[in-house]
Design a protein around this ligand. Structure first.
Ligand SMILES: Cc1cc2nc3c(=O)[nH]c(=O)nc-3n(C[C@H](O)[C@H](O)[C@H](O)COP(=O)(O)O)c2cc1C
Length: 364
């Protein structure tokens, strides 16, 4: 799609209620809109190599929640990201919370959502994802639990067992704020039990030459002490990486939009500083034993580079995609490449964490 058409479509979509805008975007993607070849261009593809034992063509990925049911993996891959994380998928299909449940805070470049894991169930999503044609982008599958489950650990385990032969990596989501009790899996005892169970299962995928990286996604509302404990439990149980962060239940004082009082998780620009600080804390606690994936408020090459310097080996984004459109992937990749050259940094991995101390001590 040419730039003019893209700008017009973005403007039109933005006039729709937020959830309708999203379902319309998914429909347009399915119809083949926004698949311009030039968006594939990534100057970083040569420099990014191996994270999590996987080959990423570039470090920018689509965060979970955008393609909840794995409906548009091939179409998203064509837009140039290095990876796409489908989900969150739960064992059973579920409708999620009553509408309206997602709100644009346009004056803050932010979104609040309380979807509550609306999805068609893991088998439905995986069936579609198993037919993906585009292998140029890495496929992550994010798993969660149904609202009314009495057997959460078993549910996570079953989701993982189904996903392990289809996904390139699986993310254990214990951090969405819209499923009661979910975040309690961030308490160390519960987390340890869960991760020990899941790690064993992740090692049993059909292809012994393809170990399945299991990632943990955490909330930005944890204290520094909690993060240290979580990282230690995660590393000792065998987790391959940590994603920081999910949406926040906090509300920064400087929000402008009246919709800021809606219940749910806040994402986008106002989440940037908080999630970057938690990323830096996680990076330092991990002591280079496992990589950290930075997500929260990335909307430009500059913010992506800041995440890298705070400790991110890979980056994800969601909210900015809804405000700025798919050109963001090539824009960020080109800008990152340029920024690294300006700083005389040959490989992005050399920049990872160089400002982590600054971000940990910064007042946010
Ligand atoms: C509408 C919406 C739905 C989301 N759904 C999920 C989800 O199902 N699972 C998940 O792990 N994260 C979900 N997220 C969180 C994002 O993956 C990401 O962690 C968060 O939005 C911060 O990134 P951003 O500021 O770039 O949006 C969702 C975010 C938004 C805005």
């Amino acid at each position: 799609m040419n730039k003019l058409l893209e700008t017009i479509s973005l403007r039109l979509i933005r006039h729709l209620p937020a959830e309708t805008a999203h379902s319309t975007t998914i429909k347009l993607l399915k119809l083949g809109f926004a698949s311009s070849k030039d968006l594939k261009d990534s100057e970083l593809s040569e420099t990014i190599s191996n994270v999590l034992g996987l080959e990423f063509r570039n470090p920018i990925g689509v965060a979970a929640g955008f393609d909840k049911d794995g409906e548009v993996f091939d179409q998203l891959a064509q837009l140039g990201p290095g990876f796409v994380e489908a989900g969150t998928l739960t064992l059973e299909p579920q409708a999620g919370n009553p509408r309206p449940r997602v709100f644009r805070l346009s004056s803050d470049n932010a979104v609040i959502n309380r979807y509550g894991f609306n999805n068609k169930g893991i088998m439905n999503g995986l069936q579609r994802l198993s037919k993906r044609k585009d292998k140029s982008a890495i496929l992550g599958v994010n798993i969660g639990i149904n609202k009314d489950t009495q057997t959460p650990v078993e549910d996570y385990l079953e989701c993982l067992t189904h996903a392990r032969d289809i996904a390139d990596y699986v993310t254990v989501n214990v951090s969405s704020p819209n499923t009661p009790g979910l975040r309690s899996f961030q308490q160390v005892e519960k987390l340890e039990e869960l991760l020990n169970t899941l790690i064993k299962a992740s090692l049993k995928n059909n292809d012994a030459n393809r170990p399945l990286p299991l990632l943990l996604k955490i909330a930005p509302d944890l204290r520094n002490e909690d993060i240290h404990e979580i990282v230690d439990v995660a590393v000792s149980s065998g987790i391959s990486g940590i994603i920081v962060s999910n949406t926040t239940t906090s509300r920064p004082k400087n929000l402008l939009d009246a919709k800021q009082h809606e219940q749910g998780g806040l994402s986008g620009a106002p989440l940037f500083e908080l999630s970057t600080q938690k990323l830096a804390q996680t990076y330092l606690a991990a002591k280079k034993r496992i990589p950290v994936i930075g997500v929260g408020g990335v909307d430009s090459a500059e913010t992506a580079y800041t995440k890298v310097k705070a400790g991110a080996s890979l980056i994800q984004l969601y909210t900015a995609l809804t405000y700025k459109g798919p050109r963001l992937f090539s824009e960020i990749n080109k800008g990152l490449s340029k920024a690294l050259k300006n700083d005389n940094i040959e490989h992005i991995s050399e920049a990872v964490g160089i400002e982590a101390d600054y971000w940990v001590s910064k007042e946010v």
